[in-house]
Design a protein. Structure first.
Length: 196
């Protein structure tokens, strides 16, 4: 079982690049989904789902702030790739919102978790098999390590809840997003929602 006191941004090696960092984060999110699907306790499923949603939100916002601009700048088909990735993030946000609104004891809860698993596997596979190798081919190792540092920093400030109407804008995430993330973390603390 995943250690409940840590998430993907804890203790990343200083020389780890963004590709390895995000690949490990994909694995963590998929592991959390497996734990939800294996759990017989509704309260444990809810707790794991809250952690999963927070992790996916942190990951998505950090990608949109830092990785997607790098893809657009350095990959020949970068703008089209980013547009598709943002659509996939929108689909994930929609499913996460549905999961948030469901009781973890309802059968529909697990249906939505499986939908999220399918979307996340597809998204991670696209990135890991196509986009990440292209990033490594077009960006220096030093710049990829620096990009990991930026992503890691963004994850610490990112929202922990889905916000379906939030724009996919680097400017939005860098200005308003941190405030939204602060509000989310305060709400999480007040309600006892586990997002670490």
């Amino acid at each position: 079982m995943t250690d409940p006191t840590t998430h993907s941004t804890d203790d990343a090696p200083e020389n780890q690049d963004v590709v390895d960092f995000l690949t490990a984060d994909h694995a963590l999110m998929l592991e959390l989904i497996d734990e939800i699907l294996q759990s017989a306790e509704a309260s444990e499923r809810r707790d794991l789902a809250d952690r999963l949603i927070a992790e996916v939100m942190r990951h998505a916002v950090a990608e949109e702030m830092h990785v997607y601009p790098a893809i657009e700048k350095h990959l020949p088909d970068g703008a089209e790739v980013v547009e598709q990735d943002k659509k996939e993030h929108d689909e994930l946000v929609d499913v996460m919102k549905r999961i948030e609104d469901l009781d973890a004891g309802e059968p529909e809860f697990l249906v939505q978790v499986r939908e999220m698993q399918s979307l996340l596997r597809h998204h991670a596979s696209d990135e890991e098999t196509d986009q990440f190798p292209k990033l490594r081919a077009h960006i220096s190792p030093e710049d990829l390590v620096e990009l990991r540092s930026k992503v890691e920093g963004a994850m610490k400030l990112a929202p922990t809840r889905p916000h379906p109407s939030a724009p996919h804008s680097e400017l939005f995430h860098k200005t308003v997003g941190a405030g939204v993330g602060m509000v989310d973390r305060l709400r999480d603390k007040l309600t006892g929602r586990n997002t670490d």
